[in-house]
Design a binder for this molecule. Structure first.
Ligand SMILES: *[C@@H]1O[C@H](CO)[C@@H](O)[C@H](O)[C@H]1NC(C)=O
Ligand SMILES: *[C@@H]1O[C@H](CO)[C@@H](O)[C@H](O)[C@H]1NC(C)=O
Length: 309
């Protein structure tokens, strides 16, 4: 059902002006490094240490699918960039072209498969992406498990391109861009029961990708992959690519809308206007980040608060 071609561009995770050489201790991928592929560096990580480890990737395009195994401590991946504050100047591209026809699960089609947990002391599966670009068509980002942060990222797709089942994910100051399509959905939450899973898109922008030809109202903020789907867009500007109904059923034969939370708070732009679907909710205040990531999020290893707006 799903096909996917994803390209990730990494920027560094600290707000400095540039990161063109490796931080001390990082494993280095590239022509002047010890590893010719990202996977070789990942395989060289110590799975047993609880210390933070890091990988620095030199500028270039890496055509590989990367699988990050379970580690016992935090991992940071730094990409070469001349402007760490934004995804715009990223010089590292990881690309793979895998379709579900070739693999068994959606996860196996992803370019970057992050399956590292911190089993002992921290929360499981927690991940942060800062100043990254995610380019896909369908199913660009699989926000599947744990707590996740996407800050200052570019996220592009045409249908169900932010999706998953169990994650609690906070998207902050992201530029979400839609590709040419006559009908599409930004999110497809697969929350199947009353779990903590919640995707919150805060202080972001939604618009057509540069050069994309998108009719007015062609896109919906989300549709429920499962019937407890839960997504909020807040403090976000959206152009008229978003339909006045805001949200959609999964399909006419399987609406899945009975238990959904499809919420909005204080959005702006033409796409935020109009009569929303009967199953949509208007919040009286913004969802707080602590409700998504927990009250101790600022000290969590995967959170870089410098990127939060
Ligand atoms: C996010 O919030 C900051 C601070 O309020 C503001 O300067 C910035 O323009 C906002 N970004 C978006 C995409 O709305
Ligand atoms: C959410 O967005 C608002 C601005 O629109 C900003 O003031 C607030 O800090 C953001 N929250 C986080 C946790 O970044």
């Amino acid at each position: 059902m799903f096909t996917l071609s994803t390209i990730l561009g990494f920027a560094a995770v600290v707000l400095a002006t540039s990161r063109t050489s490796a931080p001390s201790g990082a494993l280095i991928v590239g022509s002047s490094g010890s590893y010719s592929t990202i996977q070789k560096a990942v395989d060289a990580l110590d799975s047993d240490t609880s210390d933070e480890q890091s990988i620095f990737i030199e500028a270039g395009t890496y055509s590989e699918q990367v699988y990050i195994q379970a580690l016992s401590g935090p991992l940071t991946i730094y990409g070469y960039t001349e402007d760490t504050a934004s995804y715009a100047d990223n010089k590292v591209i990881i690309t793979a072209d895998k379709a579900l026809a070739d693999e068994d699960t959606d996860d196996e089609t992803a370019t970057l498969r992050v399956w590292t947990n911190d089993f002992k002391m921290y929360n499981v599966d927690d991940q942060g992406y800062y100043g990254c670009g995610f380019y896909g068509f369908q199913d660009t980002i699989l926000a599947e498990t744990g707590a996740q942060v996407y800050a200052g990222c570019y996220i592009e797709g045409a249908t169900d391109f932010i999706f998953g089942q169990s994650a609690s994910a906070w998207f902050d100051a992201c530029d979400i861009r839609v590709l040419t399509a006559s009908l599409g959905y930004l999110t497809a939450s697969g929350r199947a029961s009353d779990t903590s899973s919640y995707y919150v898109i805060n202080n972001s922008t939604v618009a057509a990708a540069s050069g994309a030809d998108v009719p007015d109202g062609a896109f919906y903020l989300g549709r429920p992959w499962e019937d407890y789907a839960r997504v909020a867009f807040q403090l976000t500007s959206m152009t008229d690519v978003i339909n006045s109904a805001g949200w959609s059923e999964w399909s006419s034969s399987e609406p899945n809308t009975e238990h959904v939370t499809f919420a909005e708070y204080d959005n702006s732009g033409a796409g935020s206007e109009g009569t929303r679907a009967s199953f949509a909710t208007t919040l009286s205040e913004a969802v707080d980040i602590t409700d998504i990531l927990g009250s101790d999020y600022e000290s969590a290893a995967y959170v870089d608060t410098a990127y939060l707006s």
